[in-house]
Ligand binder design. Structure first.
Ligand code: FPP
Ligand code: MG
Length: 293
């Protein structure tokens, strides 16, 4: 799939902002800032920040305030990958094509680098140059999505507790929506809130984000079966080896492809009131389910 130039433009803007917002490697303690920077700059696709910026674009031509929540979401996402890879969780040696944080720096620093990134995320949102009520709304959205009630930590708990168990469709849906869709939903709503969207638009975009985030994790499950470790930059085939609750395990590969595409269609339908203003968001939504990495 050929990506439009805006993906690369957004990625460059996000990378420059991440570099500005992360403490320099020379700042004490040097070891943790080196570990945090190593994982943030290990080569992620930056989909959450791009979703945040491109949602903000529907409501405002000045995207610079949205770079704050955009980077905060990438900090939280990177923390979640560092902790997910730890021996106590999924125990992986490879992430974003490089040794995982704990392989490179040891377990103690990897745990603390994750903690540091999570904390920096909220400091970053707190410094967003928008009116205080918008900042508060973004904080509430993002904290909830990262948390235990229908959020990422809750989903991760359910994910590890579902290993080697027969999981029903309802539990599978809960895991995917909490573990992955919640943070993607917050990436969309944070962009909308930052750019001053009203309640009706935020509600509509929340449904878009939730549904495309769910489709994204179904696609992630499919890629774990269909792609190589080299293509994914992480160990492929791991879900089956760990007997994880995944869409291919519960529905089979063919039906999983159908589900991902039905969810993407449903998500994109939410964007119809924005017509051309949501052209980029529509393209991102298509990419999230057609991607091969
Ligand atoms: C890949 O994103 C990541 C996911 C599909 C999310 C999986 C969920 C977790 C790891 C939650 C872990 C939670 C805790 C609390 C430890 P991506 O394809 O955007 O990765 P990239 O940024 O490397 O491109
Ligand atoms: Mg995991």
């Amino acid at each position: 799939m050929k990506l439009s130039a805006f993906f690369e433009e957004d990625r460059l803007a996000v990378d420059a902002a991440l570099d500005r917002l992360l403490p320099a490697e020379t700042i004490q303690p040097v070891s943790i800032h080196t570990a945090m920077r190593y994982s943030v700059f290990a080569g992620g696709k930056r989909m959450r920040p791009i979703l945040c910026l491109e949602t903000a674009r529907i409501f405002s031509s000045d995207l610079s305030p949205a770079l704050h929540p955009a980077c905060a979401l990438e900090f939280i996402h990177t923390y979640s990958l560092i902790h997910d890879d730890l021996p106590a969780l999924d125990n992986d040696d490879l992430r974003r094509g490089k040794p995982t944080c704990h392989k490179k720096f040891g377990e103690a620093l990897a745990i603390l680098a994750g903690d540091g990134l999570l904390t920096l995320a909220f400091e970053t949102i707190g410094a967003t140059p928008v009116p205080a009520e918008r900042r508060a709304a973004i904080l509430t959205e993002v904290a909830g999505a990262a948390g235990t009630v229908n959020g990422m930590v809750g989903g991760q708990v359910a994910d590890i507790e579902a290993e080697r168990k027969a999981v029903d469709e309802k539990m599978l849906e809960y895991i995917h929506r909490a573990k992955t869709a919640a943070l993607i939903r917050a990436s969309v709503t944070a962009g909308a809130l930052c750019a001053g969207a009203g309640a009706e638009d935020v509600g509509r975009l929340r449904r878009f984000g939730e549904t495309i985030g769910w489709a994204f994790q179904v696609t992630d499950d499919i890629l774990d079966v269909e792609e190589s470790s080299a293509a994914l930059g992480k160990t492929a085939g791991k879900d089956l080896a760990q007997q994880k609750a995944t869409y291919p395990a519960v529905y089979g590969l063919e039906r999983s492809h159908q589900i991902a595409s039905e969810l993407a269609t449903k998500a994109i339908a939410e964007l119809s009131p924005y017509a051309e203003r949501a052209a980029r968001l529509r393209e991102i939504a298509e990419f999230l389910v057609l991607r091969r990495t």
